[in-house]
Design a protein around this ligand. Structure first.
Ligand code: PDD
Length: 283
């Protein structure tokens, strides 16, 4: 018999097929909720404290009281993680299911809906991927990891329909991040990534790459990347919890640099993989 996946829903661990929520859930009706995606290596969550800190910021942004504390999340994840294979935890919290649909928050608050599951992580394509640039059509609070992802969905779909793995979003003449990733570029020999602000998600992978650069004497500037700078970059990478540090080798149909992953990517990726290996060994 096929192994049935166990997920977490509102205090219970149960088979995926039995996890059901109300159609009045505000996540379903309004996209009124937040989420996290946390990579797991060797059965251990990677950068857990940082992911939980961002979760708490996102919840505060929506004025949802966190249903669990950090230690409780950790215990919940430990029960959910299966085996040692690379996987990611998906955690979603919504404002719950009040008895009637109304845009404003319910006058009598209801308990938030809490859902979590694990999904395998596929190895990244080390030869790199293609991307397109697109105008950013999203809202103004992109620093909140909200489940309301229609802009990101439509932009990623545009990339996929052009045979690309990611869409790089351009706002006010600057390339800011991917549809579901942060952005790094090597321009005139300098590694740069856009500064954190309301226009991008403060990526945990992004912060780790910044930390790795600082720890290893790799010059990095946190500054805005103009669209024309991106177009002449010798290396472009996108980062995320599920795609790690992924080289973009073709942008809008034109080769980035030599059209293969660049030397700085190779160095930073080795350092990134070394961090994962430490976690696997329990260090
Ligand atoms: N997305 N920017 C956006 C818009 C994202 O959706 C993500 C991650 C990132 C990278 O953040 P991090 O390094 O913390 O994963 C940046 C997740 C993986 C997703 O939506 O599935």
């Amino acid at each position: 018999m096929a192994h049935e996946q166990i997920v977490y829903l509102n205090g219970e661990f149960l088979p995926l097929a039995q996890a059901k929520i109300s159609v009045l859930d505000r996540g379903f009706l309004f996209g009124d909720g937040v989420y996290e995606v946390i990579p797991v290596y060797g059965g251990k969550p990677f950068r857990l404290a940082e992911h939980l800190a961002r979760l708490n910021n996102s919840l505060a942004g929506l004025r949802i009281v966190s249903p669990l504390g950090d230690a409780e999340w950790e215990a919940l994840f430990a029960r959910l993680i299966e085996g040692e294979d690379d996987q990611s935890i998906y955690l979603q919290i919504t404002r719950g299911a009040p008895p009637k649909r109304d845009h404003a928050f319910p006058k009598d608050p209801v308990p938030p809906t809490v859902f979590a599951m694990c999904t395998p992580i596929a190895p990244i394509p080390a030869q790199g991927v293609s991307a397109i640039t697109v105008p950013d059509i999203r809202w103004q609070w992109c620093h909140i990891k909200a489940i309301t992802l229609l802009g990101n969905v439509l932009l990623r779909q545009q990339a996929v329909e052009q045979g690309c793995a990611e869409a790089i979003l351009v706002r006010d003449g600057y390339a800011i991040e991917g549809a579901a990733s942060n952005l790094f570029a090597v321009v005139d020999g300098i590694l740069m990534t856009p500064p954190k602000g309301h226009d991008i998600l403060p990526g945990i992978t992004r912060d780790l790459v910044v930390e790795i650069a600082h720890d290893n004497g790799i010059a990095l500037e946190e500054r805005k990347i103009a669209f024309d700078e991106l177009k002449r970059a010798s290396e472009v990478w996108v980062t995320s919890s599920t795609r790690e540090v992924l080289p973009i080798v073709e942008l809008d149909g034109v080769k980035v640099g030599d059209g293969i992953p660049g030397p700085l990517w190779a160095r930073v990726n080795d350092l990134y993989q070394a961090r994962k290996a430490l976690l696997r060994r329990g260090l």
